[in-house]
Design a protein around this ligand. Structure first.
Ligand code: KIV
Length: 263
């Protein structure tokens, strides 16, 4: 899949699936599934590194995880996230961050917000880098938003969301992520745009859906958002397996002769 395929998906009303991934092992598994795109999200700061929010993600962190995912999923379209502040200190340093993440194996770059980002998006697109926007709830702005809240609840912010979405499309983004907005607003934005709108907490009427891998697999029981669907009791299964191994060691059930080398 490439950016032209994603636009064709939208034209044909074929939904697009996107999943986050941060490491080689899971990337290998995802590479053998029909998932359309992988996002190496800055959510890695929370899911893998245990920080309380995404503000701790750095360009070096994104590069390391993008490299690992690219090694595991060589046939997938991989989007690398620009971390907090890496694209807000001028075109030059923004382009340097983009270059590092692209050289790490990304096929495209995602960044949060519209205002102040349009020049960087235009310059990146003109330089051959596919760009994905991200509006609605923007986790890098959690402190100015006053928490992880549904966005676009009043008419002024609804108007701004649509304006931003159109401006991102105009600047050359091949798709946008729309996070935590009401279904009606998301539907309207998806209808107005010719590029795919990938929703997370944006309801049913967008062009695709993205979820965090750990949420899908039930590996993060502390996080229970309304928009998450958990497909596996991952935490419980992993816990049971590790407990069983511990018991087997204590009771000498493991190792068995078949696990041992002999002369
Ligand atoms: O970093 C991330 O995981 C994201 C998704 C929530 C879209 O940006």
């Amino acid at each position: 899949m490439n950016i032209h395929d994603f636009i064709r998906c939208k034209q044909r009303k074929q939904k697009i699936s996107m999943i986050t991934c941060y490491d080689y092992g899971f990337a290998k598994i995802i590479n053998n599934t029909p998932i359309d795109m992988i996002l190496v999200g800055d959510s890695v700061a929370m899911t893998v590194h245990g920080f309380p929010n995404t503000l701790s993600a750095t360009v070096d962190m994104m590069v390391t995880h993008t490299e690992a995912v690219a090694r595991g999923a060589p046939t997938k379209f991989i989007i690398g996230d620009l971390p907090f502040m890496s694209y807000r200190k001028g075109l030059n340093s923004g382009m340097q961050a983009i270059e590092k993440i692209m050289r790490a194996g990304a096929s495209a770059i995602k960044l949060e917000g519209c205002e102040g980002n349009l020049k960087l998006i235009q310059h990146s697109v003109a330089s051959g880098v596919p760009m994905m926007g991200h509006i609605g709830l923007m986790p890098q702005s959690v402190f100015s938003l006053g928490g992880y809240k549904v966005q676009g609840k009043d008419s002024a912010s609804q108007k701004k969301l649509l304006e931003d979405a159109l401006a991102l499309e105009q600047a050359g983004c091949f798709a946008i992520v729309l996070e935590c907005v009401t279904e009606e607003i998301a539907q309207n934005i998806a209808q107005e745009l010719t590029i795919p709108v990938i929703g997370i907490g944006a309801g049913r009427y967008v062009d695709g859906q993205v979820l965090v891998l750990q949420d899908i697999l039930g590996l993060n029981s502390e996080f229970k958002a309304k928009f998450v669907k958990t497909y596996l009791a991952g935490e419980q299964l992993v816990n049971e397996a590790i407990n069983q191994f511990h018991q087997d060691v204590l009771t000498q059930v493991f190792p068995e002769p078949k696990h041992c080398f002999s002369l």
